[in-house]
Ligand binder design. Structure first.
Ligand SMILES: Nc1ncnc2c1ncn2[C@@H]1O[C@H](COP(=O)(O)OP(=O)(O)O)[C@@H](O)[C@H]1O
Ligand SMILES: [Mg+2]
Length: 261
């Protein structure tokens, strides 16, 4: 059944999700660095743009111009995607080195983003808070309504900012805010090699996980739906490739499943 579901922009993933995402809910795409999270999120927004929806990419890990450059090799029509730069236009609070995203930052269309090289900010000495991002998005949503929003990544956002005891509550409140704003959102989460599963993965309504493995022939990529509240879904792990057209999910016969999951 795909009643009322929206397409993710990755046809193979839509099949795995039995039609796509239930709209107006927050979802997680998790995986190791370089597993394809940003590419998958961009495809999610492009699908919206092609359907005439308003889409917003919140860039917290790489500056927008770098993302624009990275996406160029795909030859996608990304011009109408709007980008909110969480890397720049920040305010410094002394004496503690806390930086808040200014609530005055405005989204800029991808076509207007300059190609000049800007250094990726050093998050080590700063804090960008979930609260300030929520406030910024609130201001943005008052001015205009977005159908799809990507936050890339939640990991960068909270890496240095949250006391451990606050993490679950703050993330939960952020996801509730996104759901109440009636946007379908995709939040990227970097998965640690081992250890605790980040709280987003159990707070989100669904989790798509990207696996990156190396064998003697090179890097192999796999995709799975770890959970999907309120819907049936495929429980197989499928191989996928990143091609010029983007992420292509292959049939299960093409590769062997990673272990352990
Ligand atoms: N045009 C392309 N063609 C094929 N593969 C690409 C292309 N662009 C990026 N990739 C692959 O995608 C990977 C990066 O994916 P990305 O979505 O940025 O990962 P993540 O966000 O999970 O860190 C690169 O390491 C590269 O292997
Ligand atoms: Mg990324």
């Amino acid at each position: 059944m795909n009643d009322g579901k929206i397409k993710t922009g990755t046809p193979g993933l839509d099949r795995m999700l039995h039609g796509g995402f239930v709209p107006h809910r927050p979802y997680i795409v998790s995986g190791a660095p370089g597993s394809g999270k940003t590419v998958l999120s961009m495809q999610f927004l492009l699908e919206g743009i092609q359907g005439g929806e308003r889409c917003l990419f919140v860039a917290l890990e790489e500056p927008p111009n770098e993302i624009k450059q990275n996406m160029r090799s795909f030859r996608w029509p990304v011009d109408d995607i709007e980008m909110l730069d969480g890397n720049s236009d920040v305010r410094r609070f002394e004496p503690t080195p806390v930086i808040e995203i200014s609530t005055e930052v405005e989204p800029v269309k991808m076509r207007e983003i300059e190609d000049r090289i800007r250094k990726t900010p050093d998050f080590e000495s700063h804090e960008v808070t979930v609260h300030s991002l929520q406030q910024l998005l609130k201001n943005t949503f008052i001015k205009r309504r977005y159908e799809r929003v990507v936050v890339d990544s939640m990991t960068a956002l909270k890496y240095f900012c949250m006391r451990e005891f606050e993490e679950t509550l703050t993330t939960q409140s952020f996801m509730r805010f996104l759901a109440e704003s009636k946007v379908t959102s995709l939040l990227t989460v970097e998965l640690p090699e081992s250890g605790d599963v980040p709280p987003e993965t159990f707070l989100a309504r669904g989790e798509v996980r990207l696996h990156k493995l190396r064998d003697e022939t090179g890097i192999k990529r796999f995709i799975s739906v770890e959970k999907y509240k309120g819907s049936s879904h495929d429980e197989f792990v499928y191989p996928f490739e990143i091609r010029e057209s983007g992420i292509v999910v292959l049939s299960a016969e093409g590769g062997k499943a990673p272990a352990p999951l």
